[in-house]
Design a protein around this ligand. Structure first.
Ligand SMILES: C[S@@+](CC[C@H](N)C(=O)[O-])C[C@H]1O[C@@H](n2cnc3c(N)ncnc32)[C@H](O)[C@@H]1O
Length: 247
């Protein structure tokens, strides 16, 4: 139903009210303070912010459920002479592959029914790398959208993100939330497990390619893994949060 409503807006001769073509200062501040990486904009509309990110050196992808919005976004990127990708897709069933350093949502999640939030959160958690940022702008409930409270945001993303910042929005009741992806413990444990198991598996086959030293290679890999765990812990300590991980 909301999809139809959004779709209709993109067929009207005048621009939808949100489609200002202006990148908000909250995103500008993020971009000037972080090195470029990979970014995904969920509910990208006509691509204003994807094009902005691409202009600033980011490898950026926009996803929107409305095909006409995506067509307009592609035109915007062509006219701006930047390379970026746009995909027609549903953010509650995200089919894009990560990892991304930044996920952005300006006004998409707040229009999704509460029943779609778990699927949305699982998709964002899957594609944002550990330590990556999720920048979310959402109306509070009681306005034209479904809306989210700060508690809704915390609860929706509790499995994988810490809310590290919240700033009241201007105009209608709304807020900008900054979330940081926690170290994915399951994946890290799996990685440790895989690394520990792999030599046994290889040993039992005849495909051991070289003797360098599987032990040496493993030691390197473990060292890298542990370095990244320490990095996450340092980062958490600096931000005054804890994932509760007991490494
Ligand atoms: C308020 S507009 C904001 C557009 C854009 N972020 C901007 O700031 O200009 C919300 C956008 O989210 C899109 N949208 C709504 N539900 C979606 C969903 N489930 N998956 C992907 N996009 C969705 C709409 O089509 C619309 O383009």
């Amino acid at each position: 139903m909301r999809r139809l409503w959004f779709g209709l807006w993109y067929w009207l001769p005048r621009r939808p009210p949100w489609d200002s073509g202006v990148t908000p200062p909250e995103l500008e501040r993020f971009v000037v303070s972080h090195p470029p990486g990979r970014a995904i904009d969920l509910g990208c509309g006509t691509g204003t912010n994807v094009v902005y990110l691409a202009r600033h050196g980011w490898d950026a992808i926009g996803v929107d459920v409305v095909g006409r919005a995506v067509a307009k976004a592609r035109r915007r990127a062509r006219e701006a002479g930047v390379t970026c990708t746009f995909v027609v897709g549903d953010a509650t069933r995200l089919e894009v592959s990560g990892p991304f350093d930044l996920a952005l949502d300006i006004g998409c999640l707040h229009s999704i029914a509460a029943s779609g939030r778990a699927g949305y959160a699982a998709g964002v958690a899957r594609v944002v790398r550990s330590g990556g940022t999720f920048l979310l702008y959402a109306f509070a409930p009681g306005g034209p959208a479904v809306g989210l409270t700060a508690d809704d945001v915390r609860a929706t993303f509790a499995d994988a993100f810490d809310v590290v910042g919240m700033e009241e929005g201007k105009g209608r009741p709304s807020a900008w939330y900054t979330l940081v992806r926690r170290l994915d413990r399951a994946a890290a444990f799996e990685a440790v497990g895989r690394e520990s198991e792999s030599p046994r598996g290889r040993r039992s086959s005849t495909a051991v390619p070289t003797c360098r030293p599987i032990r040496a290679r493993l030691t390197d890999r473990h060292a890298r893994l542990h370095a990244s765990v320490h990095e996450v812990r340092r980062d958490e300590a600096a931000r005054g949060v804890s994932s509760g991980a007991s490494w």
